[in-house]
Design a protein. Sequence first.
Length: 123
Amino acid sequence: MAKLTQEEILAYLDEATILELNALVKAIEEKYGVSAAAPVAVAAGPVVEEEQGPTSVNVVMTSFGDSKVAVIKVVREITGLGLVDAKKLVDGVPAEIKKEITPEEAEEIKKKLTDAGATVEIK
């Protein structure tokens, strides 16, 4: 197995989604018996629960790719917009498709859009 450079690891972290990073942290914790939680001093006051990641995210389409018509159809399905409004949204990339939704719903929307040919980010 080839050894990864620090730059390659950082490049992966820059490109990974929040869900992928969360899974990576859990895998590291399990494999090496460590915790990503910050150490808490005994006299530090109330204990703050470990954050599980964002509770709401936004889906942003950065490109509609080669099949604009297919992407417009999916955008209409997801947003409930009419044809003209969906076309304006797709033409205005980068465009926010859905705001403040659960990470699970965002992944489903991302899959639909990428299957249609679009490039999508979850922020």
